[in-house]
Ligand binder design. Structure first.
Ligand code: SF4
Ligand code: SF4
Length: 465
């Protein structure tokens, strides 16, 4: 194992104020069990889970309450003992609504309960047993997108993982949850890597960490000192969006992921967030499904910023109360980080498996200006790490010309926010990109549905003959 500096620098990127000092030295604290949890069936990328409980049901911590509902989907388990008060649509952190189980919690009867799943010895377990465990533990990527981990760890025929890249960059301003996990759970990350290599084959490992986290680099060096095989810790220059999957692959192994629908596995890579890797270790060795995660609660409008270990479904209001409440009325509440997060209007929203941060910002930290006309300064073109022309895309979407945005490759936009960050006209360029992408995806889905209906009609006609 060795530590190296990344030899590859991507084009573009920006340097926002990181503000990580607010929470970086706060050790992970466990939240006392809230009285009510709001457990969403849509905590991951892909089809929401199918809820299998109803109002009045009593559930146990770890019990499956939502079944996997398709290939790209993840099951959901109850994150505490309790009684189902209702199953109803609730708004999620990203602004869309999904079925959620409203659970009135009951404190655990036993402080040292039996494991939820039978613990496995990863050294003797088969690849299939380990893969099944990742699936039944309900694990998805905890870095943001929430891609089902069991799908990622099972490449399609003909594809092979040559490099397992651990994402410890955490380049989003304010967020320090991954940093604390690397400091406090380094041993679990090491075990998670061993398990993933058993599933994926003995691939090389690259642990990507930005240079502004020297303590995390030291913790990883210690934890991985005696690991076998081709393992490197790669020090990345501090540059946003260094934590993007595609940019991590380029920074660590110099490979470029082609345009969608290409995936990292198409260039022989699997990227996984450090928190997810630790969750895999717990699922296998301790039989503990993914029921809780570390979330950073920070910003200048919260009394005491913290890194909090809380069950999935914890309401933001409970997190803020645990931080001593609001220091002043927040002008903006953001679910996630300031660059890629979503502004939310209420603290009634609840955490999911992908909630890395909750920010409460005062009016001094929030732009109060409205979006103005583009002045063609070109700053967003220089900032875009995907080589796009964000100005052209934003103007096209503003004019409802989605086709032009599509021709300008908006689908390759990673929604990093680097373009909006430096725009002197305060244009909401990233939101324009999101709008275009949503519209294109909806059109594609409609086309697929129409094609499937036409084929079904054709088949029915043939059968009738
Ligand atoms: S256009 Fe997309 S990828 Fe480029 S800087 Fe803006 S948000 Fe990031
Ligand atoms: S940074 Fe803003 S003003 Fe400048 S070209 Fe891009 S969209 Fe236009």
């Amino acid at each position: 194992m060795k530590t190296v500096k990344s030899p590859f620098k991507f084009k573009g990127g920006v340097h926002p104020d990181y503000n990580k000092e607010l929470a970086r030295d706060m050790p992970i604290e466990r939240l006392p069990l809230p009285g009510e949890l709001v457990i969403s069936m849509s905590q991951h990328l892909g089809a929401p889970a199918k809820c299998i409980v109803k109002a009045g049901d009593e559930v146990k911590r770890g019990q499956v309450i939502g079944e996997k509902n398709g290939f790209i989907s993840v099951l959901v388990r109850a994150s505490a003992d309790g009684k189902v008060k209702a199953v109803e649509k609730r708004l999620g952190p990203a602004g869309s609504s999904a079925d959620a189980v409203i659970l009135e919690t009951v404190p655990p009867e036993d402080n040292n309960p039996a494991p939820i799943l039978p613990p496995l010895d990863w050294k003797t377990a088969t690849r299939e047993e380990l893969l099944k465990r990742v699936e039944e533990a309900g694990i998805c990527g905890m870095g943001g997108a929430g891609f089902p981990t069991s799908v990622k760890l099972n490449p399609p025929p003909g594809k092979r993982c040559e490099y397992l890249v651990l994402n410890g960059a955490e380049c989003e301003p304010y967020l320090t949850a991954d940093f604390r996990v690397m400091l406090e759970r380094a041993d679990r990350i090491r075990v998670g890597v061993e398990i993933m290599r058993k599933i994926l084959g003995m691939c090389a490992v690259r642990i990507a960490i930005e240079d502004n986290k020297p303590e995390a680099i030291t913790a990883m060096e210690k934890a991985f000192a005696d690991i076998e095989g081709n393992v490197e810790i790669v020090r990345l220059p501090v540059l946003y969006p260094q934590g993007s999957e595609k940019h991590q692959i380029y920074a660590t192994v110099g490979r470029i992921v082609p345009e969608p629908p290409a995936l990292p596995i198409d260039v022989g890579c699997v990227v996984e967030n450090v928190g997810t890797v630790a969750a895999i270790a717990d699922a296998v060795e301790k039989g503990e499904p993914l029921l809780e995660r570390v979330t950073t609660v920070s910003g200048d409008a919260v009394a005491t910023p913290k890194n909090i270990l809380a069950p999935s479904g914890t309401k933001y209001s409970d997190l803020v109360a645990f931080c001593g409440g609001e220091k002043e009325h927040p002008a903006k509440i953001i679910s996630g980080g300031t660059m890629m997060g979503f502004a939310v209007s209420s603290l009634d929203i609840a955490t999911t498996k992908t909630t890395s941060g909750l920010l409460l910002l005062s009016s001094r930290k929030v732009f109060q200006y409205g979006s103005q006309a583009c002045i063609n300064c070109g700053r967003c073109l220089r900032a875009c790490p995907m080589n796009l022309n964000p100005a052209e895309i934003s103007k096209a979407v503003e004019a409802d010309d989605i086709k032009t945005a599509e021709n300008a490759h908006v689908m390759t936009c990673i929604e990093c926010g680097a373009c909006s960050f430096g725009c002197p006209a305060y244009r909401t360029i990233t939101q324009f990109c999101r709008r275009a992408k949503a519209s294109i995806r909806a059109r594609m889905a409609a086309e697929r549905a129409a094609a499937a209906a036409a084929k079904a009609a054709e088949d029915a006609k043939k059968e009738a003959k």
